[in-house]
Design a protein around this ligand. Structure first.
Ligand SMILES: [Zn+2]
Ligand SMILES: [Zn+2]
Ligand SMILES: [Zn+2]
Length: 131
């Protein structure tokens, strides 16, 4: 029974991350799950998915962690060289599709990139508000 419930929780968390159009924090995942799953189980599931290349972790500038589904990663490693955008008004954090092309000194080999741009998304920009 324990095994079955754990498998269901894993499937629910993965489905949530895959259907979301932005990255989700641990609290958001916990709040969205229809069946309550305890906090440490969610942490364990997220760590496992990250190791399997199913999701990637984003650390926002405020230190809060978010998780988003991966497109082309596997257990061999991650290839998420895209930047992220964090709206400080609505707190939405999303993956930006364009890869970031940073030139490194000769001989350097990049393994991961952690770039989060913070600001206002199109919905929240104060200078375009009609009123
Ligand atoms: Zn990845
Ligand atoms: Zn926003
Ligand atoms: Zn991303």
């Amino acid at each position: 029974m324990m095994q079955g419930r754990n498998t269901t929780s894993k499937a629910a968390v993965l489905k949530l991350l895959r259907s979301a159009d932005c990255a989700l924090s641990h609290e958001m995942i916990e709040g969205e799950l229809t069946e309550p799953v305890n906090r440490s189980t969610i942490y364990r599931i997220l760590n496992r998915f990250e190791a399997e290349g199913l999701i990637h972790r984003i650390v926002a500038e405020d230190g809060r962690q978010y998780f988003a589904s991966c497109a082309h990663c596997d257990a061999q490693g991650h290839d998420d060289n895209h930047p992220h955008f964090h709206c400080t008004a609505c707190q939405r954090l999303e993956c930006l599709p364009q890869p970031l092309d940073i030139s490194l000194p000769q001989g350097y080999r990049p393994v991961s990139l952690n770039a989060t741009i913070s600001g206002y998304c199109a919905e929240c920009r104060p200078d375009v508000k009609a009123d």
